[in-house]
Design a binder for this molecule. Sequence first.
Ligand SMILES: [Zn+2]
Length: 322
Amino acid sequence: MRRLLLTGSALVLALYLIPAALLLGGRAETVDAATASVPVQNTAAPTGDYSTVTVSIDGTPTELPLETYVAGVVAAEISNDFPIDAIRAQAVAARTYAVYKMASGRPDAHPDADVCDDFHHCAAYRDIAVETAAGNDLARVQQAVQDTEGEILTYDGAPIAAVFHCVSGPRTEAALDVWGEDVPYLQSVVSPGGTAYDGYEAAVTVSADEFRQKVADAFPAADVSGAPSEWFKASTRSDAGGVITVKLGGVTVEGTDVRELFGLQSTNFTITTTDDSITFHTIGYGHGVGLSQYGAKYMAEQGADYAEILAHYYPNTVLTHV
Ligand SMILES: [Zn+2]
């Protein structure tokens, strides 16, 4: 077996918000408290009425109070067992993202709704009433949403694209390295505590036949007729470790495309091969940009409050009210 270390960087995914309500507690490294600073409180509010949001639920437009929607997103995205300040941070991120979507206008994908319940496109959502009736304890989720009612993050006075993900490697990814756009509040920051997530390190093994078939369909110009050890060549990586681009059978492909093609948990991957298979070894889960849910958990366990967590993961932003 030969290990190919892909040096370099590259990833690009859609603005996937990976639902991560499958979380377990864990261990801790050192938190870099020096990088956290509290966002400036600001009374200036974004213009517009954001008290209600139209959500496409199973394809049906449904108008909900904003806070009801936010609670449903938080319930779908983070464990009720997390520290309250981690859940508060998630609540502000979810609310901000919803307001950002509303402020951005309705997309072609659902022109009759501001957001949808597909996490591949907008954010996962669960009906709080249904969940609690089924006996699921969402008391902390509801408390966190109530505690942060109306609070959002802005940059230059506008609601930010407060993307989030389950867990990063040692650092989060910069939006520039994942989506090709330099966003001042979506920079790479340290993110300790990720190993608390059970699936922090994962592996996907693909047979040579399956690999060749998938590559032939997705990248027909790539030549993968040789041995698996010859398939991947020089790559570029972000500072956070994610593959930005890699040579696959002589063709330059994006790390995000490799992730999607083979169902990898992240673009932060290395490769080992045998004569008839290839294995991707990943670190983290999700696109790696913005708030890390496990990073938020770790910071909260170290005593950070939600404003400090948000200031760390969304630098240069202002915590304000809609
Ligand atoms: Zn959507």
